[in-house]
Design a protein around this ligand. Sequence first.
Ligand SMILES: NC(=O)c1ccc[n+]([C@@H]2O[C@H](COP(=O)([O-])OP(=O)(O)OC[C@H]3O[C@@H](n4cnc5c(N)ncnc54)[C@H](O)[C@@H]3O)[C@@H](O)[C@H]2O)c1
Ligand SMILES: [Fe+2]
Length: 412
Amino acid sequence: MNVSQADIAAIVQQTLTQFRPHRGFTFRSPAVTVTGGYCVYQLGEVLKELGATKVLLVADKLVHQLGLTTSCEAAITLSGLELMLFTDIAGEPDTDCIKAGAEMLNRCDADFVLGVGGGSALDAAKAIAVLGDYAGKLTDFHVGGIASRRVGLGAIPTTAGTGSEVTDIAVIKDLVLGIKVPVKGPALVPDMALIDPALMTGVPAGITAATGIDALTHAIEAYISRHSNPLSKAYAYHAIEAIGKALPIAVGYGQDIDKRYDMAVAAYKAGLAFSNAGLGLTHAISHQIGARYHLAHGVANAILLPYIMAFNALSCEAELAEVASALGVGRESMTLRERCRAAVLAVRQLVIDLGLPTSLADVDIAKRDIPLLAEQAMKDICLKGNPRDVNPNQIASLLQQVIDGTLPEGYC
Ligand SMILES: NC(=O)c1ccc[n+]([C@@H]2O[C@H](COP(=O)([O-])OP(=O)(O)OC[C@H]3O[C@@H](n4cnc5c(N)ncnc54)[C@H](O)[C@@H]3O)[C@@H](O)[C@H]2O)c1
Ligand SMILES: [Fe+2]
């Protein structure tokens, strides 16, 4: 067989592409991050620095109605940039909403997409930005990475939870399949994240609690992920520490702008951590029950997290013991196992204190649905980071535990 030089070059290139240095990692984050109370007024200048001339602002409908986009709109127009609005996002985004937004992007020919809102609006903005000039469907990207985008992308979160303002993920409900699908790729990392806690002081207590537990889930799953790295671990640890202190106060007294700031920065750190280290079984199951039973993402995570931590303890006792230290419940005198147990119980207590549910007892899950939910969770991209290997039977039995509301022996 004749092997040409080009063939050899292709083989060498493929080998190099697939080569992963031992303990090596890649870390991605937005090029520009702007933070601080009322920093939204710097928006116009930052957008100009990024080369924007025509901005499509993609906002949550309620956030727009509440007047939370007014300061962004003013900052953009005062800087002489053109502004267009797409505010047709009510609830978690689906494939129809993304299609409508991408059509608008093509029509108005904007060169920058700016998401403003909770994770739903930010994910919509991210998906619209990559789909604008793509002829296929977003769900073509289920497994492949989204590598390129033609327009600039910025994100201004109005909840402190998802970390979507920094992550390489967008979660979109596929209306054909009826499930939430996380799509992933470097092009989904925004070029700019602007974090202004003044936009968050009016978030109702229930939403603050649910979104805050989502951030905690990101930080804990990233910390124990089998793909964690020193940078992701540092961000995750500090996020856990900050959330343990700030979240109860942000829920109990939402006007506390300092605690809102701490939560917003913690959600950002947790986002950086999981975007670069992956998530785990809590999110893999949460995506299935969230879409099917209309549970808010943070609420689904709050219910599942303590059970999944207890299950994962077998493979990551030392890391969970460190989570206990971050939460202020791990003492030197305790054994690893005691500290690990303290972490699980501290998270469960936090969920109770915040008034969130601790079981799926109130959700009408038919027993016959459990095997299907388990099968779908096995296919979720988030499962890759989970520290413990898992099979469908184990997920089914975990779901039964969560329905019954009983943590395994040793955690009661
Ligand atoms: N991209 C990612 O990396 C990532 C990570 C985790 C979750 N998600 C996805 O994000 C979505 C959830 O996002 P979320 O938890 O932020 O909720 P959300 O964006 O759906 O917002 C929840 C509610 O809060 C309202 N709201 C938002 N900001 C407000 C404000 N400042 N004041 C008053 N009300 C406000 C919204 O109108 C909505 O009714 C889910 O689809 C989830 O799967 C994405
Ligand atoms: Fe999440």
